[in-house]
Write a protein of this length. Structure first.
Length: 294
């Protein structure tokens, strides 16, 4: 089921025109609004999820004014200009408009659980708790225009397009920095020995990560990071390296067909065996066998 934004609002003086457009991406919802505004329009908004609010176009007279503010704070004026604001979850906002005739704006809602899943530790929780108002850098507005165009497109592109644009806009507005490679602790000598010996013994079958982690008394995530820090390879790639050693031993046996080798070494079928072998070794099993039997 698609993620749905949860908003509580009370608004007055707005009439939606030219339709309303909504797009769903991975843990995100984009709403594109074109609205006519009464002489004095406004409202109250509070959402259970963080969102980006982007003003893309506004038509107003000389006395036109659009302000917004968190309840109990000084209003931000000049909100009718093209700009993007990040509004944290639970922040109660009010808006007031005077002399604004038309407003085109984009609302991007984000599921916090989805963001945490995608960014992990690279998204500190406090990042989503700090509002950012009236960001108007050219690249941010260019991204917002592209997202709006995709929302309104009669034939939308692949979901990864809108998904990528929206994540890029959020990353830029929140100034989420580049991933810093963390120093991972290695396995103790006894842990590495138990894990590699187990892989040696069972390399011809699928080995679950939790099996290896249980041998070392670590969580699967901790074990995976520590194993890679110790060997330079994640556990599944280490197993495949060991498996290829066993495969080559079978290939050196003249009495075994390639089909028999594939079956003995745990591959689903000869075609799967050939694909994996070529990817790991660089040549097909038959070419490798010919070169190593002559």
């Amino acid at each position: 089921m698609s993620y749905l934004p949860r908003m509580n609002n009370r608004i007055d003086g707005f009439s939606v025109i030219q339709g309303f457009h909504r797009r769903y991406w991975d843990g995100m919802v984009a709403d594109l609004w074109n609205v006519d505004c009464a002489p004095e329009a406004g409202g109250y908004y509070v959402g259970s999820d963080p969102r980006l609010f982007a003003v893309l176009d506004a038509q107003f007279g000389a006395d036109g004014d659009f302000s917004m503010a968190e309840l109990g704070t000084v209003p931000l004026t000049a909100c009718q200009r093209r700009a993007i604001s990040f509004i944290p979850a639970g922040m109660e906002m009010r808006t007031e408009m005077r002399g604004i005739r038309f407003l085109r704006h984009l609302d991007l809602h984000f599921d916090i659980d989805g963001l945490t899943r995608r960014f992990g530790e690279d998204l500190p929780p406090q990042t989503l708790e700090e509002p950012r108002f009236l960001c108007d850098e050219a690249r941010l507005l260019a991204l917002a225009d592209l997202i709006a165009a995709e929302c309104a497109a009669p034939d939308p592109l692949h979901g990864l397009y809108g998904d990528g644009l929206t994540l890029a806009l959020l990353i830029d507005v929140l100034k989420i920095g580049a991933i810093v490679e963390r120093q991972r602790s290695k396995l103790a000598a006894w842990q590495l020995r138990k894990a590699t010996e187990f892989i040696e013994e069972h390399c011809l079958r699928a080995i679950r990560l939790d099996e290896l982690a249980a041998l070392t008394g670590l969580s699967p995530s901790h074990f995976s990071h520590a194993f890679k820090a110790s060997t330079g390879l994640p556990p599944h790639r280490w197993q495949m390296k060991v498996r290829m050693v066993r495969v080559k031993e079978f290939l050196r046996r003249r009495d075994m067909s390639l089909t028999a080798v594939a079956a003995e070494t745990g591959f689903a079928d000869p075609a799967h065996f050939a694909r994996v072998f070529r990817r790991q070794v660089g040549v097909s099993p038959s070419i490798w066998r010919k070169a190593n039997l002559d």
